[in-house]
Design a protein around this ligand. Structure first.
Ligand SMILES: CC(C)(COP(=O)(O)OP(=O)(O)OC[C@H]1O[C@@H](n2cnc3c(N)ncnc32)[C@H](O)[C@@H]1OP(=O)(O)O)[C@@H](O)C(=O)NCCC(=O)NCCS
Length: 271
């Protein structure tokens, strides 16, 4: 009789192994955006472009919340959300892709004739963003493949997008996926050697006393001066009448000798 206890079963017996989902990693799903997602999607985009915006001179992405909300109302624009984890409210946005089938508000600097003259029917990739914590895990490739799929289904011949040349990660990403530069337009800059328009900093002067303060200090000073100038009171020593100078009694310093009386000149009559 064979032993059927769990301990004696072969470890690789597939029929008894607990059911495991086929994917150990969470799935990434794509769906169209809803009105209720707009605030969350806006915050998501700000987070994704924070680092890029610090380094690029081109317009800041995402443009503005007002524009973002307008886009939702526009015809011919697709806004796609890519989510990971559980379905529903618990799902986390890990990617966002936006595309348009004609030149829209944010692309009105483009020359439409450029494409028509060359028989191109472009799909404009307006935004492509992956959550910083999920970059490098194939989400960006999923976004782009989804857009390419839409382009094919809608009869477009090219994906067209704009990217800052110094957004190195994105440039590498697009080049590796066979995107080529369309136009020679780049932002250029040159330093202008010129004097500074504003003067350099200078030391701060000590605060000058006000007229009132001047009066007060003058008053104080004069009060001190008169006190100092006032002669010290000398106690008068009253000598008893007829008292003689004692032998050792000295003249005080500075006491002057009485001037000798000059002999009176003889008058002419006396002579
Ligand atoms: C550009 C961007 C969409 C790419 O998304 P992603 O999810 O990282 O893309 P993937 O994981 O599919 O591919 C990333 C590639 O970079 C490589 N890579 C190397 N080091 C990496 C790193 N530290 N982190 C991410 N990717 C890295 C990957 O190996 C992969 O190489 P491959 O092209 O040979 O496949 C994403 O970086 C992003 O959202 N950037 C900020 C927003 C932005 O700049 N958008 C573009 C505006 S036009």
């Amino acid at each position: 009789m064979s032993d059927e206890t769990a301990e004696n079963q072969a470890p690789d017996d597939a029929s008894t192994r607990p059911h495991k989902p086929p994917h150990a990693e969470p799935l990434v799903r794509v769906r169209r955006i809803h009105r209720r997602d707009l605030n969350r999607a806006w915050e998501f985009l700000k987070l994704c472009f924070r680092a890029v915006n610090r380094e690029t001179v081109e317009y800041q992405r995402p443009r503005s919340k007002r524009r973002f909300l307008e886009v939702y109302e526009e015809e011919g624009v697709e806004q796609l959300l890519f989510e990971a984890g559980a379905e529903g409210d618990a799902a986390e946005i890990v990617g966002y892709a936006e595309c348009a089938f004609e030149i829209t508000g944010s692309d009105n600097w483009m020359n439409e004739n450029f494409f028509t003259r060359r028989g191109m029917r472009p799909m404009f990739v307006e935004e492509l963003a992956v959550h910083p914590d999920y970059q490098g895990r194939g989400v960006g490739s999923f976004l782009l493949e989804q857009l390419e799929h839409l382009a094919r289904v809608r009869g477009c011949t090219h994906l067209v997008l704009e990217v800052a040349e110094n957004n190195k990660r994105a440039m590498q990403f697009y080049r590796a996926r066979h995107f080529q530069k369309l136009d020679a337009a780049v932002f250029m800059a040159r330093r202008v050697d010129a004097d500074e328009e504003l003067l350099p900093p200078r030391p701060l002067k000590r605060k000058r006393a006000s007229a009132d303060d001047d009066k007060k200090t003058a008053k104080k000073a004069s009060a001190k001066k008169t006190a100092a100038e006032r002669p010290a009171k000398v106690a008068k020593v009253v000598k008893p009448v007829g008292e003689k100078k004692s032998v050792g009694e000295k003249k005080s310093v500075g006491e002057k000798k009485p001037a000798k009386k000059a002999p009176a000149k003889k008058t002419a009559a006396e002579a």
